[in-house]
Design a protein around this ligand. Structure first.
Ligand code: PRT
Ligand code: ZN
Length: 210
């Protein structure tokens, strides 16, 4: 049977928990050092270590059969993949936040305002659903400093503890999306017995944690 490939984050917030989950599934392999592919010695599987942003497309295009990535990245890239299992880590929410002294009080007040974000696709959808028109300013990082620099009236970014908002003089205004790490697979491959075997193992690891 064909060796499967699973894409996980090379380094960053999801790497350690993804590796831990796969090890707890009884898979034996080396974590990312310099090689971007690590073979699993006791299962027909290879681990690909990638930037998280690339994982959904690799899975959609069949370069990887499976992937572990945040839901936020999947929705932002707009790919067609199947959601196989929520994994219970990497939890965060995408929120619109405003300066502590902002005059914005209701959703309608966002109309015509500038909102800085690294999630323009998800934000645009949210604004449309709420019949709002705002000026989306796409930036790739450090979104939280943009209101203080006069670049935006609000931001839309991931929040977990809320510490970053606080230390930048911002407060949460409204929730856009909640997210956690998920196991995804290529559409149409769900019945592959090796994939089924891996899903079973993941589910029993998650059950043991409950
Ligand atoms: O290099 P690569 O592209 O792979 O990584 P990355 O830098 O794009 O992503 P990374 O490692 O920062 O995050 C990977 C995934 O972790 C995200 O896509 C989310 O699904 C999930 N996650 C969970 C988070 C957070 N919590 C989080 N708090 N991702 C980012 N943050 C950032 C947020 O953007 C903000 O700047 O942390 C800051 C806020 O944190 P608090 O605790 O101060 O609220
Ligand atoms: Zn990324």
């Amino acid at each position: 049977m064909k060796t499967l490939k699973i894409a996980i984050q090379k380094s960053g917030r999801l790497n350690e928990k993804s590796v831990e989950l796969l090890k707890n599934c009884g898979l034996s392999f080396e974590n990312y050092k310099s090689s971007l592919i690590s073979p699993v010695s006791n299962f027909p599987l290879e681990i690909l270590f990638l930037r998280d942003d690339d994982i959904p497309e690799y899975v959609q295009d069949g370069i990887a059969d499976l992937g572990i990535v945040g839901e936020n990245v999947i929705y932002e890239t707009g790919v067609e993949v199947s959601f196989l299992q929520k994994l219970g880590f990497g939890k965060c929410s995408l929120k619109i936040a405003i300066p502590n002294n902002s005059s914005i009080q209701s959703l309608g007040d966002l109309d015509g305002k500038a909102i800085a974000t690294s999630y323009p696709v998800i934000l645009e959808k949210f604004l449309k659903q709420n019949k709002l028109k705002a000026d989306i300013r796409t930036i790739s990082g450090s979104v939280e400093i943009s209101p203080g620099l006069g670049m935006s009236d609000a931001i839309c970014d991931l929040v977990s503890t809320g510490g970053t908002l606080k230390s930048n003089g911002l407060k949460p205004f409204t929730d856009v999306l909640s997210s956690e790490a998920v196991l995804i697979g290529r559409k149409g491959e769900e019945d592959n017995p090796l994939i089924q075997e891996l899903i079973q193992r993941v589910q029993s690891v998650l059950r043991a944690k409950e």
